[in-house]
Design a protein around this ligand. Structure first.
Ligand code: SAM
Length: 391
């Protein structure tokens, strides 16, 4: 169905409530039963929407997702609620009271901005997506703050708004797009739009954006949530001193760049620290290494080693018990000797497949002990470091 309207009627809404918790395994039987009383197209639209809502729960939480409307692309491309809420709070801190949300999708960011008390013009050129954004503003009681406009963002006048936010589409006909100029609209257009904003602007980009592609007048912020890197944002006019930051959610905990040189390489100490992905993408491993009084185990690998355990939000600490050259037989013997039942494999700078190593080194549990093995290089040499989470 390429129209949301039938789902927004009383019959459509009642059907949506009825199919809400349908187990995908029973969908066919449920559809057959419902088609006796409702049009077939409406039944399949309701079941499809229920599936999208279930998928969206991970991003929006069950309470909101069950009331919202999605398109398949809209779920995939939307900003998760935690990240959108963080960004909306930053806009608020900057004194922003109105935002032109250019490329609003189904409204992930627009909803968070409105919930932060910000007036939003939400623009998307895709009719179904714009209809979903409008339905979401209504469903969540935010229609008074969100005006949805179906238009091409390049034709929208943003002069009446304090700030501009652009979240370009990063998927083309052949999947994910990596070249920022292949975004829709292209990054250069978004940067131009950001520079016209009267107070501030933010552009959401892929976390893999090369640092060289960040304009000199922007602050680049990499954001992770629960340890997974979600996105990078380029801020304009936000007046921050450091050109690069890593922000970890929940929190938020923000680490600004201090322009430190790469940390020195040193022999592994008692602790190994795995920096958060946002720290690594933002190239802020040196800032964390300094806080830990640590160094790198290899010049090209983002593992920090140190002699002390200093808890930090920016890296996960492991206490290292063994260091072996890479050798599966030796690892297997050691796991047997230590009565290991659970093996966690982590790797950086190794081509070995973690799952394959786990199968070979621990074909069956020997006992109840847990071990983490890091497949990595120590000053160039393929090495296995064994340990467990510290503290
Ligand atoms: C990444 S999604 C936005 C997701 C949104 N921030 C959210 O959280 O739900 C990008 C959107 O940009 C829209 N889009 C791409 N090019 C556009 C253009 N030139 N004008 C208007 N919308 C555009 C697409 O239809 C798509 O819905």
């Amino acid at each position: 169905m390429n129209d949301l309207a039938p789902l927004l009627t009383p019959e459509g809404r009642a059907l949506l409530d009825e199919v809400r918790d349908t187990d995908p395994a029973h969908e066919l039987a449920v559809a057959t039963r419902l088609r006796r009383e409702h049009p077939a197209a409406l039944v399949s639209a309701a079941l499809g929407q229920a599936r999208l809502r279930q998928r969206a729960e991970a991003k929006f939480g069950a309470e909101d997702a069950r009331r919202m409307f999605f398109t398949p692309d809209g779920v995939e491309q939307s900003t998760r609620a935690s990240v959108a809420a963080y960004r909306a709070a930053r806009f608020r801190e900057l004194g922003v009271t109105s935002v032109a949300d250019l490329c609003c999708g189904i409204g992930g960011d627009a909803i968070a901005l409105a919930r932060a008390g910000i007036r939003v013009l939400a623009v998307d050129r895709d009719p179904l997506t714009a209809a979903a954004a409008r339905a979401n503003a209504d469903a969540l009681g935010l229609a008074g703050l969100i005006e949805v406009r179906e238009a091409d963002v390049t034709e929208v006048d943003t002069a009446g708004y304090d700030a501009v936010f652009v979240d370009p589409a990063r998927r083309g006909g052949r999947g994910r797009v990596f070249d920022p100029e292949a975004y829709s609209p292209p990054l250069s257009w978004a940067v131009g739009a950001a520079r016209t904003a009267s107070r501030a602007a933010a552009l959401k980009v892929a976390p893999g954006i090369p640092h060289e592609a960040v304009p000199a007048d922007a602050v680049a912020e990499w954001i992770s949530d629960g340890g997974d890197v979600k996105e990078a944002v380029l801020w304009f006019g936000a007046g921050q001193a450091a050109p690069v930051r890593a922000t970890l959610l929940p929190g938020p905990r923000t680490l600004p760049s201090r322009g430190l040189p790469d940390p020195a390489v040193r022999p592994p100490g008692r602790y190994l620290y795995e920096p958060d992905g946002a720290v690594i993408r933002a190239h802020l491993v040196a800032e964390v290494a300094e806080e830990l009084d640590g160094g790198l185990i290899d010049a090209t690998i983002a593992y920090i080693t140190a002699d002390e355990h200093r808890p930090t939000p920016y890296a996960t600490a492991y206490e290292i018990t063994d260091r072996l050259p890479f050798n599966v037989k030796k690892l297997k013997a050691l796991l047997r000797e230590r009565q290991v039942g659970v093996l966690t494999v982590k790797k950086r700078g190794s081509a070995v497949e973690p799952e394959e190593l786990r199968r070979k080194a621990l074909p069956k549990p020997h006992g109840r002990a847990s071990v983490t093995v890091f497949l990595t290089r120590v000053d160039g040499a393929p090495t296995m470091l064994l340990g467990h989470p510290a503290g």
